[in-house]
Design a protein around this ligand. Sequence first.
Ligand SMILES: *Cc1c(COP(=O)(O)O)cnc(C)c1O
Length: 375
Amino acid sequence: MQFRDLKTQYQALKPQIDSAIQSVLDSSAFILGGPVAELEEKLANYVGCKHCITCANGTDALRLSLMSLGVGRGDAVFAPDFTFFATAGAASILDAQVILVDIDERTFNLSPGSLEEAIQRTLLEGKYTPKAIIAVDLFGLPADYPQIRKIAEQYHLKILEDAAQGFGGRIGDRRACSFGDIGATSFFPAKPLGCYGDGGAIFTDDSRIADRLRSLRAQGRSSSSKYEHCEIGMNSRLDTIQAAILLEKLKAFEQYELQAVNQVAKWYTERLSAAVRTPFVPEGYYSSWAQYTIMLKDTETRDRVQRELKKKGIPSMIYYPFVLHQQKPYQGMGRSDGEFPAAMRAVRTVLSLPIHPYIKEEDVCHIAKVILENA
Ligand SMILES: *Cc1c(COP(=O)(O)O)cnc(C)c1O
């Protein structure tokens, strides 16, 4: 059994994908060829944003987004303590001060209450200027943007949506990647919409930001002349081959994969919700299920369940075994575990189960049985 079955997916889409790759080889337009612009247009339409700018990976998408907002030394950027390292790393590498915030235990996403406290504390201390909030759509579920938006407006902060795991999620009719001033996603193969290597994209409705992002991904070059540069940028492009693959995969994603993976989540929840903490999806929210993450009653139970699953050949993962304030680059901030009770409970008890659009109900049954016997 696979944790995320990319082989079965490839077999299902092989003729289209092979011919998409072949046509890029035939055209030999490997960098910024036709499929890149076509994909940017399709993605912008799907997400419901005016502009989509593709780039080399999700980490660059975050970093370029922060650069386009002018985030740098002296600025405070608020980010959840429980997320993949890149969320915070993308701000720190620009010399911004990352202020870590606890999560909402039910959704694993940024806690609006803790966010507001952190902003007030930062203002009171007066050492850094609050500039932006990075909200993460962890495991595929959009963060609480209605509340986060209110706080951002009150304190005049920009919102960067880290939708690396969130592509395809919704709140009401609005799609993930469109909730912030800027949205960033990743096409790493195991993400909800993945390519066959690295890739990323940035979304915004702001034309000025979009222009700056197009410049920043190409060394900061001017829009009028290829060898004239207005600022220091990066080299961060999506390969044409990856764009061609994504055009095919986006069709399957829209037509049936997103529904299929939601069906799988339902099968799990039906079988498990009486015995363990299953993922909470608030009313009106829709997840793209980058992960299906349960919480066990304590670390010992979690580790036992994982061991028993492994004995039966069932892969599972601990996303994440560490919170950010415990990671070496952030230890110097002097934050204690007690300041992040929800994030700490998460690292101690979470377990992510195999989920992807091609998993069968009988596999879910089998996995659930092992969990129920050991939880
Ligand atoms: C995967 C991920 C990233 C980084 O994406 P890459 O394409 O691997 O650079 C950033 N944030 C979160 C929450 C992620 O899960």
